[in-house]
Design a protein around this ligand. Structure first.
Ligand SMILES: [Cu+2]
Length: 405
């Protein structure tokens, strides 16, 4: 939902040359390869003011570009994972699986595991034993490689959409990965440095800041009754303090990849570097607001910045932006008798789709007007008040139609 990042570094050509040299394409033709991450050290990250700073990072080989943060890695609880990694960049890297219960050889710490040198490939093998929120990052010259952008989030999920065995059910994951950078360091990324030598001046959620986080596609939407799992993790050099408005009804269920002994309601939460929390929220219907995320300097405890994650909860299940509904998917429109929904919604002669589904219809004030079966794909609206309506059937896009008399 919100994990896309705003960064694309187009280096497909260089990667293709490398992969060609490595025989990658020969293998590709031989069989479909499992997903593979690659690393890159000549990316650009665009700040909210439009300027760009150099960055390094991870991306999918099939995408051909890196992102900040790196791709969200999602596994099922109990899954045996082979995480494939290839490194065409000019320096060695690793993938450290932060918080996962992996053996030492697959942990990505160079001194106890292995380095993936320039031109090398490797596979990290582990079992995703516990559902939870985890992180990954490069562990080579860590202070530098990490702040340059070599990190991402890992979710281990349960197929029944509960947080953990015996834990609460929820509807949707909302990954929120906090990080920061110091522009001067990214511009002169020559050597490692002690942790306390960096003074971040760009503060990010999912690689975005300021107006980037307010973009419509980054707004966290919910419908009445929805429970969202906020997957909070920090790769920042700062301490991050999240403030949960009362309208979110936030409850913390997990810390660092395990359930907490007693779930607790939270109005604010401090997240230190490397920490993760899973917080369930159930936004009040109709509430629009923000989750404020403060960044505090770790060395002198000075407040630096606040970044906002925007939420919109609809009143009735109709998205707050009715513009999302399209005209003309059914017919006739307008109508004074029967409205026929698009064939995929319900029924149509000759198709194998079920003949009866349920449909919900709202008026433009967001009030639910009808909820019930959709028989043979048709609704009799001859007795309905004249006006414009928005309907939804299952997960199909909302459609809009008008009744006239
Ligand atoms: Cu690295």
């Amino acid at each position: 939902m919100i994990m896309a990042g705003n960064f694309q570094s187009v280096r497909r050509f260089a990667l293709a040359i490398f992969l060609l040299g490595s025989g990658f394409f020969v293998q590709l033709h031989a069989q479909a390869l499992p997903p593979q991450l690659f690393s890159e050290m000549d990316g650009l990250h665009f700040l909210d003011d439009g300027s760009a700073v150099p960055m390094w990072g991870y991306g999918w080989v099939t995408d051909g570009f890196i992102t900040l943060p790196g791709p969200l890695l999602t596994y099922n609880e109990g899954q045996s994972v082979d995480l494939n990694f290839t490194n065409p960049s000019p320096e060695s890297h690793t993938i450290h699986l932060h918080g996962l219960d992996v053996d030492q050889a697959n942990d990505g710490v160079p001194t106890t595991s292995f380095l993936v040198p320039t031109g090398g490939s490797a596979t990290y093998s582990f079992a995703a034993t516990h559902a939870g929120t985890f992180l990954y990052h490069c562990h080579v010259t860590t202070t530098l490689h990490l702040t340059m952008g070599m990190y991402g989030m890992i979710l281990v999920k349960r197929p029944d959409q509960t947080l953990f065995s015996g834990g609460p059910h929820y509807d949707e994951d909302v990954p929120l990965l906090f990080s920061d950078l110091e522009v001067e360091t990214n511009l002169n990324s020559v050597q490692s440095f002690p942790f306390h030598d960096i003074r971040p001046d760009v503060f990010m959620v999912n690689g975005m800041e300021g107006s980037q986080l307010a973009a419509p596609e980054q707004v966290v939407h919910s419908a009445p009754g929805d429970t969202l799992a906020l997957r909070l993790g920090s790769m920042a050099y700062s301490r991050v303090r999240c403030h949960f408005p009362a309208e979110l009804h936030a409850t913390c269920f997990m810390s660092d990849g395990r359930s907490v002994p007693e779930p607790f309601g939270v109005d604010s939460l401090d997240i230190w570097p490397g920490e993760r929390f899973t917080v369930l929220v159930a936004p009040d219907p109709g509430w629009t607001g923000t989750l404020a995320c403060e960044f505090w300097n770790m060395v002198d405890h000075v407040y630096e910045d606040t970044e906002m994650v925007h939420f919109e909860s609809s009143l009735t299940g109709v998205p707050t932006t009715l513009a999302g509904a399209r005209d003309g998917q059914g017919f006739p429109n307008p109508t004074n008798s029967t409205y026929n929904f698009p064939p995929v919604w319900g029924a149509s002669a000759g198709s194998n789709v079920p003949l009866e589904k349920s449909v919900t219809v709202w008026d433009l004030q967001g009030r639910e007007y009808y909820s019930g079966p959709l028989s043979d794909g048709r609704l009799d609206v001859s007795q309905w008040p004249a006006g414009t309506y928005v309907a939804r059937c299952g997960s199909w896009p909302h459609t809009r139609f008008s009744v006239i008399h």
